[in-house]
Design a protein around this ligand. Structure first.
Ligand code: MSP
Length: 527
């Protein structure tokens, strides 16, 4: 097993978030997954670039700003500041934050648009849609409510406007070929069938990529009454952030193509069909993988910025993180939702897992090991000798097997199963304590070496578990590893069971996770 891959590059992206409202726990889900994957790859010695940002153009932003009596830019600056604070709160280790209003992005998009036009992949035509005159908005049939404008409830009428189109239809065969030759491109596998059967086999339509009715957007520089429409502004952020059209020798050369775009399932079509088509048209390599994760559901519904659920205080990460720690919120997001599927979130689930996994399993293992080490060996790590206990052997086998599984799962970005494996290591260590009963061995003068072996095995197991845990729960694992004098965490020696120094001192730590009274917490969170 290759645990360490020094020097390999790894480029990972989140979607860029719409600042149509403050971000919610569902948005945190995407970002926290990417952060865990980015940190894991950094610990493997890779040269990682982790990109996130905001998707700032479009009618909705203008409307949200106008409602508050603000300019678009002052509205956006506030949401971006709140988003960056949220990412800091959750310990998100991004390398770059792109805003689609950034100059280099606007310049890049204008040039991409122009290049595609010059190559004949963009042409001028007419967009026909259902238009609400008072709201100045186009709607699709499915967006209408009782056949009327979903915003103001008034009649809509069929209207045409001049628009540019991207020749998406020309890429149908090439995309079918992509899925045939590279089924790994889109994951989980179930989403491939959806793309192929629902979109590619029936044939793709050309895509409208400009509007004259939307003012808050990137102007088409050779025809400025048009603004670039939505996806052809948003998707290229993954390359403009690396310098496409501005400074191509730099990060673009080093990091493109992306190793993975991690996105929610509702935007898979854009990333798995439109984006590769744009890249093919630009003669650029395609990302290696697109991963479409499932949704965080609250009360059976997708959390969303446009619904009340997204704004509820009781599930606001800005409330939950200060109360329960970033690690606890990261844990529940990464662990509870089976990767690739939808999963329910409730505060009850959070609190129960907090007590059972973080307090009873990991926290308890660390605190009782360190206090036994203090009691029996004055907090000094003893040397291991002639360890013949079958339970010790079993512990080492579990540690090795679960470690290997974590690496295997993480190569598929499966954060939930990886965490399960790491906590299996902690459970096995707790079981080892029950099996060996160090407090009983301690009473037998002749068994001091056995006691030393047991304590040493526990400490090393905690070291390996905490090292594996670091990308997922960076704060608590860092505390444990720092107490072991490990400052630069990486996986270069993760396969060595005995690594700490004989005689090294390991002082007890303050409690990592205090036990919660679930009823009291639920009362406090009610809103
Ligand atoms: N701006 C586009 C993306 C452009 S990428 C070139 C967008 N933004 S979004 O703000 O609506 O969504 C961003 C991400 O948040 C998506 O990956 C989406 O799936 C995720 N989530 C939004 N609500 C979610 C849940 N309730 N659960 C999990 N993820 C969710 O789409």
């Amino acid at each position: 097993m290759d645990y360490f891959k020094k020097g390999e590059k790894f480029y990972i992206t989140t979607p860029i978030y719409y600042p149509s409202n403050k971000l919610h726990l569902g948005n945190c889900y995407t970002t926290v997954i990417c952060d865990a994957v980015a940190r894991f790859n950094r610990n493997q010695g890779k040269d990682v670039f982790f990109l996130t940002g905001t998707d700032e153009h479009g009618q909705k932003v203008s409307e949200a700003a106008a409602k508050l009596g603000k300019t678009e830019m002052s509205y956006l600056n506030e949401i971006v500041e709140d988003t960056k604070t949220l990412w800091q709160l959750l310990n998100i280790s991004y390398d770059k934050f792109i805003r689609t209003t950034d100059d280099y992005h606007v310049f890049g998009v204008q040039n991409i648009f122009k290049t595609l036009y010059q190559k004949g992949f963009i042409y001028k035509g007419e967009y026909k849609g259902l238009y609400c005159t008072p709201c100045e908005s186009f709607w699709t049939e499915s967006q209408l409510v009782d056949g009327k404008c979903p915003d103001c409830g008034r009649e809509v009428k069929v209207q045409t406007e001049e628009a540019y189109f991207f020749k998406l239809s020309a890429f149908t065969d090439k995309l079918l070929q992509l899925y045939k030759t590279n089924p790994q491109f889109l994951q989980p596998e179930s989403r491939v069938n959806e793309m192929v059967n629902n979109f590619l086999k029936p044939g793709l339509d050309d895509l409208c990529v400009s509007r004259t009715s939307v003012k808050w957007g990137v102007p088409v520089d050779f025809d400025p009454k048009h603004t670039v429409y939505v996806w052809i502004d948003a998707l290229p952020n993954y390359i403009t952030a690396l310098g496409y059209f501005c400074n191509e020798q730099s990060e673009l050369k080093r990091f493109w193509p992306a190793n993975v775009h991690i996105i929610g399932k509702e935007i898979v079509r854009f990333h798995a069909i439109i984006w590769p088509a744009i890249l093919m048209a630009l003669d650029l390599p395609l990302p290696q993988r697109v991963f479409g994760h499932g949704w965080l559901l609250f009360g059976g519904d997708k959390l969303s910025k446009s619904k009340d659920s997204g704004a509820k205080d009781c599930i606001d990460p800005r409330v939950l993180v200060p109360r329960y720690s970033a690690d606890a919120i990261r844990y529940i997001l990464l662990r509870e939702i089976p990767f690739g599927s939808d999963g329910n979130y409730t505060n009850e689930i959070l609190l129960n897992r907090f007590n059972s996994d973080l307090v009873n399993n990991f926290g308890n293992l660390v605190s009782r090991t360190l206090s036994m080490l203090k009691k029996y060996f004055g907090s000094v790590i003893p040397e291991v000798k002639e360890d013949n206990l079958p339970s010790s052997e079993q512990l080492k086998v579990v540690v090795k097997e679960e470690t290997d599984k974590v690496f295997k799962y993480m190569s598929d970005f499966d954060v939930s199963n990886s965490l399960k494996c790491i906590f299996n290591i902690f459970s096995q260590a707790n079981k080892y304590i029950e099996q060996t009963e160090p407090w009983a061995i301690a009473k037998d003068e002749g068994k001091q070496q056995t006691l030393a072996n047991v304590m040493r095995n526990l400490v090393e197991t905690i070291r390996i578990g905490a090292t594996l845990l670091q990308p997922f729960l960076p704060d608590c694992s860092q505390k444990v590893l720092e107490c072991m004098s490990i400052e630069h965490v990486n996986f270069s020696q993760i396969d060595k069971f005995y690594l700490l120094e004989n005689g090294q001192s390991l002082p007890p730590l303050p409690i990592l996770f205090p036990r919660l009274d679930i009823q009291t917490e639920l009362e406090a969170l009610k809103n």
